[in-house]
Design a protein around this ligand. Structure first.
Ligand code: CO8
Length: 371
């Protein structure tokens, strides 16, 4: 069966934090922390924390703001992480709630209802609980049939899920697959680490993937091919996990949140991503120059410019639109936000590439053609 992406959805949480607001609270935290440890700093047994700056953040990353669920907790210099109320077992979880909202948009765009869905993939960098799967909770909330499961490939969760969806539809084991990417990155962001406190934002994207001959949306996107690759690296790592209790480790320790060697990631991932896209296109008889648009992973503006430079030489924002200025890094959702917001101007027959890259390392590309 030929397979199409027939709808997308995007939901952002209610609060926005600008770089100026973020830096103001971070620098207040630094002052308080240094004052609290003034004796140790004076004795040379502790290194004083350094302030952050808006200029650095914008120059190093291209990020100008981020959407988050709880601005107050994050910006409270005595707390520095969000506060989320624990929900009862009978209530919809935070991840399922935002996924259901994003799914509603994707279904409406495709002219479908929840009952048409027969596979649900909840693909994200973090799962709110161990079980039951968030995907099954979403399946029930939407009145979908078939089956669902959760999957995590960090930043590449969405593209890896698209391949699973496309393969299921091609094999005939599913007809209409919902892929959702609820990324509550604020929960695992290291808000007190100057090197990365500005990186992430919360968001949820959704995609509907169907058999082409059954899709009613004339504006659907045919999937020409998918390609996934992984290569182990510790340069982006989070040691949070279910064995932490048994290890008697501190659940609030620095290594139980996101950390990275940002410079190394930047240097190593650019050539991997560019070669991956080039190889995938070549296998389909296509050249980068023939691709109308690249919807790239949204981690760093300079990184995306370098990937495009390797593929095309110079190219403007029209070829590879940026959304991280508004959303920051939203892990697996970033390239899907770009696809959601920047595809309406393409014409029938135009080819585009969705490409994610990040922790793992993992890289996933999806080549699509407008019907
Ligand atoms: N303010 C002022 N100065 C700063 C700040 C700051 N906030 N932070 C660092 N500096 C200083 C440094 O101390 C350093 O000083 P010195 O030169 O004296 O040592 C100097 O500025 C330069 O620092 P860096 O070399 O670290 O700066 P870079 O230009 O490399 O920029 C970035 C840092 C922005 C992190 C950059 O390296 C980057 O974006 N790299 C790519 C990272 C990337 O793509 N990572 C993938 C992310 S993973 C993902 O997308 C999903 C993971 C799973 C999600 C998990 C959910 C939470």
């Amino acid at each position: 069966h030929s397979v199409v992406i027939s709808g997308t959805g995007l939901v952002q949480p209610p609060h926005t934090i600008t770089n100026a607001e973020l830096v103001e609270s971070f620098n207040r935290f630094v002052e308080l922390d240094n004052a609290r440890h003034a004796d140790a700093i004076a004795a040379g047994t502790r290194v004083a924390l350094q302030p952050s700056s808006v200029e650095f953040i914008e120059k190093a990353s291209g990020i100008k703001q981020r959407h988050v669920f709880d601005k107050r907790g994050i910006l409270d210099p005595e707390r520095m992480y969000p506060h989320y109320a624990e929900r009862a077992d009978g209530e919809l979880s935070m991840m399922a709630e935002m996924a259901v909202a994003a799914a509603g948009q994707a279904l409406a765009q495709a002219g479908r209802s929840g009952a048409d869905v027969d596979m649900v993939l909840c693909a994200a960098s973090n799962m709110q609980r161990a079980y039951p799967a968030i995907a099954i909770e979403i399946q029930q909330a939407l009145g979908a049939g078939g089956y669902g499961f959760d999957m995590n490939v960090a930043c590449s969760s969405a593209t890896f899920a698209i391949e699973q969806a496309v393969n299921a539809v091609r094999a005939g084991t599913a007809r209409c697959v919902l892929v959702v990417n609820p990324e509550i990155t604020s929960g695992h962001q290291a808000w007190t680490d100057r090197d990365c406190h500005f990186i992430f934002g919360d968001v949820c994207t959704a995609l509907l993937i169907e058999r082409a001959d059954l899709a009613s949306n004339p504006g659907a996107w045919e999937v020409l091919g998918t390609r996934l690759a992984t290569q182990f690296s510790n340069n982006i790592r989070n040691n949070f996990g279910f064995l932490n209790r048994s290890e008697d480790s501190d659940p609030k320790a620095r290594d139980k949140t996101f950390r990275q060697e940002g410079r190394k990631v930047f240097k190593e991932v650019v050539p991997i991503a560019a070669a991956h896209i080039e190889g995938h296109l070549a296998s389909l008889g296509l050249q980068p120059a023939g691709v109308r648009r690249f919807w790239l992973h949204q981690a760093n503006e300079g990184m995306n410019q370098l990937v495009i430079k390797r593929l095309l030489g110079e190219a403007g924002a029209d070829r590879a639109p940026l959304i991280l200025d508004e959303f920051a890094n939203t892990a697996s959702a970033g390239s899907i936000i770009a696809f959601h917001q920047h595809r309406a101007d393409l014409a029938a027959g135009d080819v585009g590439v969705v490409c994610s890259f990040g922790a793992g390392y993992s890289v996933g590309s999806v080549v699509v053609k407008k019907r």
